[in-house]
Design a protein around this ligand. Structure first.
Ligand code: BES
Ligand code: MN
Ligand code: MN
Length: 457
């Protein structure tokens, strides 16, 4: 059990922790933008310096793109080793006009900090650094061995992570991994996540005539790329909201009865969700609850579409090109590499003569289920109870974290603890992303308690 003195330390330093988080949130570490390349590195160095100050043996590892920050403090022989993973990169903040305050000038309002990355994932993984600091302020040593792996490419699909894991197996060796990059079930009801969906992302480009044409002079003679793209896209889904790619559902693991009952017992409030989202109807595959559809069923989405004229007024053209970003959320036991082949083959079959269709895979991550019946999971549940004052529920989440599957496959780590301190309405990837300062505080307490719950009795 964690000593009360450490929890008191955490409570006493609450405002300083927030000030430090604000400084971190000011760094615009948008991994997908090349203009932010230096800022991303600055965020890596910020984490690296922080780890060094905590007495961690730390290093910055170069990759093809953004660096990986690693640190370890392994001074407890015989005690288990916990690897903590997080990401210091963030999503682009656009549309800027929808923010109430600038995304990289953090603002505190109604007990929350508003900034890009507040919840996803800077604020969440920072809790572990403050937990470590508090323990070391009271005790001479951490109760277990701790390693940290903080990367800067999560939001672009972690392309450098697989080679890094493969070439640093020894360095990363651990008994369990903790990741706080998910959410509570709802604010005040903490959760341990045992499943994540995978992701497969494509860019589709359709090219027609060499340049935009007068639609009067040439209309009726050439295929219109925007029209063709729209038709192709409309054929990706059936009217009942299922995905029409042949073979897409082949490997889908059906929901088990116990799991459906458990999900139902959580009483996910669909009415409240509709209000929050501002829609008058939830859609999706028939025969599945909202909770099931968003966490355990695969989906396909158009993320964006472009082409032709969209300026003020009217312009009569046949556009030369059009494009779209298409992504799929995958569930166990779908494999992104297999689905990628199916998608490309299907699009080829939909491509008419008169245009060129180019399909580019942007990234992929496999879905994952982690074990629930492990001692480490029970330890995490007790730690959360100390931090949040409530036992966690078990949930699956619909988002993706590429490393979770890789940890199982490449490092053979079975104990993966997905401990979300955030709230489902934090607005990750949306304008006005926020993180509740109370959740931040409870996260730090839970993280500190976790070290003690994992320690040998
Ligand atoms: N923190 C999220 C993952 C997440 C989202 C977990 C929602 C649970 C619920 C992560 O930063 C993320 O956004 N991942 C990307 C993955 C991708 C770029 C490979 C995602 O899910 O879109
Ligand atoms: Mn994240
Ligand atoms: Mn994210």
């Amino acid at each position: 059990m964690i000593p009360e003195t450490i929890l008191a330390k955490i409570d006493g330093n609450r405002t300083r922790y927030v000030d430090e988080l604000l400084a971190f949130l000011k760094i615009p570490s948008v991994s997908t933008y090349s203009v932010n390349h230096k800022d991303v590195r600055r965020a890596a160095e910020w984490v690296f310096n922080h780890l060094k100050r905590l007495g961690f043996q730390s290093s910055i590892h170069e990759t093809k793109n953004h660096p990986v920050v690693f640190g370890q403090r392994c001074k407890r022989e015989g005690a288990p080793t916990l690897l903590i993973y997080g990401h210091y990169d963030v999503q682009p903040p656009e549309p800027l006009e929808d923010w109430c305050s600038p995304p990289f000038q953090p603002r505190i309002h109604n007990g929350c900090v508003y900034a890009r990355g507040a919840s996803d994932d800077k604020g969440q993984f920072f809790t572990y650094l403050k937990a470590i600091e508090a323990i070391l302020a009271v005790e001479a040593e951490l109760p277990i061995n701790v390693k940290l792996l903080i990367e800067g490419e999560e939001e672009i699909g972690s392309p450098s992570l697989l080679p890094f894991l493969q070439s640093h197996k020894k360095l990363l060796d651990a008994d369990a991994v903790a990741i706080s990059d998910t959410s509570q079930f709802e604010q005040g009801i903490p959760a341990i996540t045992y499943g994540l969906r995978g992701l497969l992302y494509f860019q589709v480009e359709v090219t027609g005539p060499r340049f935009d044409l007068h639609s009067g002079s040439f209309g009726g003679l050439v295929a219109n790329p925007v029209q063709i793209l729209a038709e192709m896209i409309s054929k990706l889904k059936n009217p009942d909201d299922t995905v029409s790619i042949p073979g897409f559902y082949e490997d889908v693991l059906p929901l088990q009865d116990w799991e459906r009952h458990e999900m139902e017992s959580l009483q996910y409030n669909e009415e409240e969700l509709k209000n929050y989202l501002g829609v008058d109807k939830l859609t999706g595959e028939r025969g599945y609850s909202a909770m099931e559809r968003k966490t355990a069923r695969p989906t396909l989405d158009i993320n964006g579409i472009w082409g032709g004229f969209s300026g003020e007024g009217a312009k009569t053209i046949i556009p030369a090109r059009a494009g779209a970003k298409v992504s799929m959320r995958l569930v166990p036991n779908q494999k992104f590499a297999t689905i990628s082949g199916l998608f490309k083959r299907y699009l080829e079959s939909l491509s008419p003569k008169g245009v060129q269709v180019k399909v580019t895979e942007l990234n992929g991550a496999d879905p994952v289920l982690v074990m629930r019946d492990r001692h480490s999971v029970q330890a995490a549940a007790r730690a959360i109870e100390i931090g949040f004052g409530k036992r966690p529920v078990f949930i699956r989440e619909g988002g993706s974290i590429p490393i979770v599957n890789l940890l199982q496959k490449e490092l053979g780590i079975e104990d993966t603890l997905l401990l979300g301190w955030g709230s489902p309405d934090d607005g990750a990837h949306s304008p006005n992303e926020k993180f509740s300062l109370q959740d931040f505080h409870r996260g730090i307490r839970s993280a500190a308690a976790l070290f003690y719950e994992l320690a040998p009795k």
